[in-house]
Design a protein around this ligand. Structure first.
Ligand SMILES: *[C@@H]1O[C@H](CO)[C@@H](O)[C@H](O)[C@H]1NC(C)=O
Ligand SMILES: *[C@@H]1O[C@H](CO)[C@@H](O)[C@H](O)[C@H]1NC(C)=O
Ligand SMILES: *[C@@H]1O[C@H](CO)[C@@H](O)[C@H](O)[C@H]1NC(C)=O
Ligand SMILES: *[C@@H]1O[C@H](CO)[C@@H](O)[C@H](O)[C@H]1NC(C)=O
Ligand SMILES: *[C@@H]1O[C@H](CO)[C@@H](O)[C@H](O)[C@H]1NC(C)=O
Length: 587
């Protein structure tokens, strides 16, 4: 799952701006009919575009100063991406019809933005001041304001009438500033009851601000220094849908069982990268996506999750969970919960009482050493199971452990301690990953009946040609990709299925490619044989001649000449010995 928050930040507040930019551009064509010409009365400034409707676009023209004598009827003024350091208050005051003022990405300092500058702008709706050098917010902004963007400045202080007493105010962007608790007025949104979006991420707040406006639906407070959520801070926010609190110092002591309880519309709660040792009590029932990863959570009690009836995604990776810390009834009744991330914990076995409707279970990078008969006995809906990088050995996988997983499409057991391909894989698997184990044998029947398997990964194991049962590939009638790179194969496996398109065999010990090696695979598109011991000069063209779909034949890093007869003999002898041993084992 991507970290949407960060990507979002970049986009915040921009749509209105972009729309303005476009309109202005299309009107500013050289010599266009709307373009105001110098003459009597206020002129369109040099290099700017002006329309009769009052749109003035002076964006990105290297302006060092606020333009003089702008047309009085100007209602949308774009000055973004210049180098303006100060505003001339009398010039701005003349523009009393201004509805949109875009000063984003200039060099404005607070000294250059006089207090009275905004007093006369009685129609101002949109104010964009992001990416400047402001250190304190204006003491007063017009009460007609709808949206204000002060992101990426150096603000340390906000005043009562900066955002207060503005009944139309909907969105306030203050992320990437230097705001601490002391820099905020007591009641920052007093008389501004309609604010819906408040973005204050990446500041220095220790406490969640009090008296937040009751209409909020999006509140971003991530990447501050939050330790505490004061009592009642969220208790009036019945419309809040999205609450970002990740990357702070919140601990369970900094909140109580009522902190989130009144957030009856909350759907997205992000508490990741904090200092929680437990899941907070009293989470509201409508949360759909709950981020709790990167904390120090050790236990999941019986009653902390069960009331979140709408929960669909539960992200608990990078915590300190052990299976015995998870109450067997912790997920009871969570009928919508389909995605659970538990990777990078300390699970020593599969937790009991997994959510019954789980479809995606990510449980990689734990300490799991065994899979018991009933570990997955109730998770009928599982489609994707990732058990890679645990400590599972072949004898510790019960042959019937996967019997109920008829919907399972993807299984990953890479990076475990498997010595043989285990028995009992679900027949409907489409992707099976067994990379980076110690697998030296594919015992008879382990891959049989898997007619839907499209991708099989067996790279970086210890497989030899004769340690694979002879009809292993035959039944895999949908197999498109077979990865056996990094094994000990000495020739191309025989009897590959007709459906095969990609064959990865790099880093093996293949010395020869027999004439009929690809006879059974007419659809093959890619053959990767890099870093083997093939005498390339001896490869017959006829081997590949009939492969009409072949796009890639990679034989880099093999032997350029077929004259190393001594070495070749050696390796063949060695190979024969080993193969005899394997055959013994298989019987
Ligand atoms: C909020 O605004 C009202 C006027 O609408 C004023 O009387 C009150 O003192 C203000 N409260 C705070 C805490 O600023
Ligand atoms: C919080 O805990 C108190 C005391 O244990 C209890 O009375 C109250 O009902 C709890 N509130 C919620 C929302 O669980
Ligand atoms: C995390 O919480 C523990 C106590 O639960 C505390 O000892 C520790 O200092 C906290 N760490 C941070 C970074 O706040
Ligand atoms: C299992 O998770 C790892 C790590 O995220 C990933 O690389 C791998 O592709 C996953 N397996 C499957 C089958 O998706
Ligand atoms: C093979 O022949 C080439 C060219 O004659 C020679 O440079 C190379 O050393 C020979 N390799 C071996 C392993 O004898």
């Amino acid at each position: 799952m991507p970290a949407g928050g960060r990507a979002l930040l970049a986009l915040l507040g921009l749509p209105a701006l972009l729309a303005l930019g476009c309109a202005a551009d299309s009107d500013s064509a050289e010599g266009g009919p709307e373009r105001r010409r110098p003459g009597p009365g206020p002129a369109c400034p040099r290099d700017c575009g002006c329309t009769q409707e009052g749109v003035v676009d002076c964006g990105g023209i290297d302006l060092k100063e606020f333009p003089l004598l702008l047309p009085e009827l100007t209602n949308h003024l774009s000055l973004q991406n210049n180098q303006i350091e100060e505003i001339f208050p009398e010039e701005l005051a003349r523009l009393y019809r201004l509805e949109t003022l875009n000063l984003q990405n200039n060099r404005l300092t607070s000294k250059g933005l006089p207090e009275e500058a905004f007093e006369h702008l009685e129609n101002l709706n949109y104010l964009y001041l992001a990416n400047n050098k402001l250190t304190v917010a204006p003491k007063f902004l017009p009460n007609t304001l709808i949206s204000a963007d002060f992101a990426a400045n150096y603000l340390t202080k906000i005043y009562g009438l900066t955002f207060g007493q503005k009944p139309n105010l909907r969105s306030v962007y203050l992320h990437n500033n230097k705001l601490s608790d002391a820099g905020l007025p007591d009641n920052m949104f007093n008389g501004s009851n309609n604010v819906e979006i408040l973005i204050m991420s990446s500041n220095f707040l220790k406490y969640v601000p009090k008296n937040l406006p009751p209409a909020l639906y999006k509140l971003h407070l991530q990447s501050n220094k939050l330790e505490k959520i004061p009592k009642g801070a969220f208790s009036e926010l019945a419309g809040l849908r999205e609450l970002y609190l990740q990357n702070n110092y919140l601990s369970n002591e900094g909140m109580d069982n009522e902190t989130f309880w009144k957030l009856s519309s909350l759907e997205y709660l992000d508490l990741s990268s904090n200092n929680l040792s437990q899941i907070p009590n009293g989470l509201p029932r409508n949360i759909v996506l709950l981020h709790l990863e990167k904390n120090a959570i050790k236990v999941i009690d019986r009653d902390v999750l069960t009331q979140i009836k709408n929960l669909e995604y539960l992200l608990l990776h990078n915590n300190k969970l052990k299976a015995r810390g998870i109450h067997p009834l912790a997920f009871q009744g969570l009928k919508k919960l389909h995605t659970v991330h538990l990777y990078n914990n300390m699970l020593e076995r599969i937790p009991s009482g997994l959510p019954r409707r789980v479809k995606t279970l990510m449980i990689l990078h734990n300490q799991i050493s065994e899979i018991n008969r009933n570990d997955f006995a109730t998770t009928y809906f599982l489609e994707e199971l990732n058990l890679s990088y645990n400590k599972i050995t072949s004898p510790q996988i019960h042959r019937e452990a996967f019997r109920k997983l008829r919907q399972l499409k993807s299984l990953d057991l890479s990076g475990n301690n498997l010595h043989t391909v285990p028995f009992g894989f679900p027949k409907n698997l489409q992707v099976l990953k067994l990379k980076e184990n110690e697998i030296s044998i594919i015992p008879k029947g382990t891959l049989s009946g898997m007619t839907k398997l499209r991708e099989l990964y067996l790279s970086n194991n210890k497989l030899k040609v004769n340690s694979i049962y002879s009809r292993a590939w035959r039944e895999l009638s949908s197999l498109q990709s077979l990865d056996m790179a990094g094994n000990q194969l000495t020739s191309i496996p025989l009897g590959l299925p007709e459906s095969l398109e990609y064959l990865y065999l790099q880093n093996n010990k293949i010395t020869t490619v027999s004439e009929n090696a690809f006879e059974s695979t007419p659809k093959i598109k890619g053959i990767y044989l890099r870093f083997n011991k093939i005498a390339v000069g001896a490869l017959k063209e006829s081997i590949f001649q009939n492969l009409k779909h072949l796009q890639v034949l990679d034989i880099e890093g093999n032997l350029e000449f077929s004259n190393s007869s001594k070495n070749k003999d050696d390796s063949e002898e060695e190979m024969e010995d080993e193969e005899e041993e394997e055959e013994e084992e298989l019987r």
